[in-house]
Design a protein around this ligand. Sequence first.
Ligand code: NAD
Length: 358
Amino acid sequence: VEVLGVKERAPGERRVALTPETARKLAALGATVWVESGAGLGAGFTDQAYLDAGAQLADDTRASQADIVLCVQAPETAWLNQLKLGSTLVGMLQPQADSLRAATMQSRGLQVFPLERLPRTTRAQSMDVLSSQAGMAGYKATLIAAQRAPRFFPMLTTAAGTIRPSRVLVVGAGVAGLQAVATARRLGAQVEGFDVRPETREQIESLGGKFLDLGVSAAGEGGYARALTDEERAEQQRRLGEHLRLVDVVICTAAVPGRPAPKIITQAMVEGMRPGSVVVDLAAETGGNCEATRPGETVDVGGVVVDGPLNLASQGAVHASEMYARNLYNFVALFVKDGAIAFDWEDELLAKTRWVAG
Ligand code: NAD
């Protein structure tokens, strides 16, 4: 079986789906491993490192021969069109996001595994790309906030007097939010977080943060949150608006699967914050948790900086790629045995992740 690691073509994407480490491990499964020349450069992996790991370098025609293609973002439709009929594609493919993409995947008869569909079960943890990439995003969002803030995060006692620590509020305490709590704590800030899933209280506290109780509980299916009712949303916003006047930094990470990011911080709330405060909206990718957020931009609202960075995981491309590539390897190892592909559709991780048009 021939596996190909592609060079990402999306602008600004520095991550890579195959690393020298996973190239070696795939070869140990009996695969012949190819990597597109230059694929790893954005993440610090040279062509030579792949050659040393036993992979072969491919030009951009190799895709037509590969049985399994590994990528980070969904390739362009024209590129998909040259894939071998019936080959297998693994990555964060979002087939539903683009009807032409979906039609092309279908017409090539591809076996499509969009890993964002992977069930979030214990067994799937080692393959969970949403978690591994969200961890990096939460970390980077916190560093951006620290960088943008016109103040220290830690408390300092200096000859010029005492500096009080920054107050950081993390909105949404999933994987990214908890990493933001942990990172802001390590930088010495006073950290609070909230979420609509009640179990996050303990998780926030275990990282040294304080749970901000806004009186709304909305656990949904599969361990995720559900969307709030209008009443719940109004209550959350009333309490939050008061509180935001006290904080220096807000890091937004709230999401509901398959929906635009919940709007939690209104324009009026931002206007009510103290000048010199900072909002970093990691949810900008899906529209943002803050009404003032402009995805991919930094705006100033009466002295409050609102930043909506995109593709934060790519900014930590080395470790994000290492984790991502291991996630993909662990997934591929479910169906590559002794150098051949064998799908076991009784395995829910394969059956539920697989995408079929319809
Ligand atoms: P996500 O990115 O979908 O959402 C981020 C957070 O936003 C979630 O914690 C959600 O509850 C919260 N949120 C949604 N609406 C909100 C609102 N109106 N106000 C405040 N917060 C709101 O979630 P995620 O980080 O991918 O993961 C969510 C859950 O899945 C977590 O419990 C996580 O531990 C769990 N998970 C389990 C596994 C596993 O067991 N294998 C793996 C990964 C994640």
